[in-house]
Design a protein around this ligand. Structure first.
Ligand SMILES: Cc1ncc(C[n+]2csc(CCOP(=O)(O)OP(=O)(O)O)c2C)c(N)n1
Length: 290
């Protein structure tokens, strides 16, 4: 990050918006919202110094309650639009929020290529194990057999093991937190923003209205914290959730180059793409199509 450290006096109110919050009582999104604000304050990043991107879903309504540069995109597309912004202006940290419904269905292709490209951005998965905004549809992360509104007799499809899937893509940063442990989640988000490369943060999010199987109490009781370890140990700890659920920064490779750092065509260039496009006059081209 090349941000000037000039914001030591930031507080929660700098990020608070007066808009009415539409989340259900007890929704884990409140905890995630608090953690992101705390992380930005502790990193001394003012709202105008960070880009926050949202997918469509319950979690996406955070765009109404958080002050800053925000972009609310189409369902499943948040990673791609955030990656574009990160490539266009690497001086601005980019954070993208997405739901498990969006990320592991419509958006799964974007996730694959963002991890393997190692774009320099942070992705925070609101993993409530269902499509919340469309009132409790089963997602790819809903356990097999769970009774959901779209599967009253039990979910037929097999559960997608998201951690095994992400580790199979050779990620440079993988973390897991819970919406109920705000202190830990704040530290995880800070580590993700500071990481050079694609930071994948899985947040196990309580959804008291539609997720009856992984409640706030269940998650807090099952989670334990691990220290960063080697790739295979981290993968094993992340994947096996049968007895306990490993949380914390599970894996980080600080030596990996980002996508932009590896591009020969950008080497030795000090300007940013976001400035360079302004120098090109496209009015004649646009006139051809008007
Ligand atoms: C391409 C597309 N497909 C489906 C929808 C309908 N839709 C809107 S929100 C939503 C559910 C979102 O679930 P998830 O991504 O898990 O986020 P959550 O609401 O749980 O935070 C769906 C299916 C849409 N808006 N666009």
């Amino acid at each position: 990050m090349n941000q000037p450290k000039e914001n030591a006096g930031l507080s929660m109110k700098d990020y608070n918006h007066n808009n009415l919050c539409t989340w259900c009582d007890g929704c884990g999104n409140y905890g995630i919202l608090t953690a992101i604000k705390r992380a930005l304050i502790e990193l001394e990043l003012a709202p105008h110094q960070v880009l926050i991107c949202f997918d469509v879903g319950c979690h996406g309504n955070m765009s109404d309650t958080l002050v800053g540069y925000r972009f609310h995109g189409l369902h499943g597309r948040v990673i791609s639009l955030a990656a574009g912004a990160a490539l266009a202006n690497p001086d601005v940290p980019v954070i993208a929020f997405g739901g498990d419904g969006a990320c592991f269905s419509e958006g799964v292709g974007h996730l694959v290529h963002a991890v393997r490209s190692n774009y320099n951005m942070t992705f925070i998965l609101h993993n409530n194990a269902n499509y919340g905004l469309t009132t409790g549809q089963a997602s790819a992360l809903t356990p097999h057999g769970e009774k959901m509104n779209t599967a009253p007799h039990g979910t037929v499809e097999e559960l997608l093991n998201s951690m095994d899937f992400v580790f199979s893509l050779n990620p440079s940063f993988v973390a897991r937190g819970t919406s109920g442990n705000i202190k830990q989640l704040t530290d995880i988000i800070k580590a993700g923003i500071n990481h050079q490369g694609f930071s994948y943060i899985d947040v196990l999010q309580a959804c008291p209205t539609y997720n009856k199987f992984a409640t706030h109490e269940y998650l807090l009781g099952k989670c334990y914290e691990v220290e960063t370890s080697d790739f295979e140990t981290a993968r094993k700890a992340a994947v096996d959730t049968s007895e306990k659920i490993a949380t914390g920064v599970l894996y980080q490779d600080k030596t990996r180059s980002t996508f932009l750092d590896q591009l020969e065509a950008r080497k030795g260039i000090d300007t940013r793409l976001v400035d360079e496009v302004r120098k090109v006059d496209v009015s004649a081209l646009l006139a051809k199509f008007s």
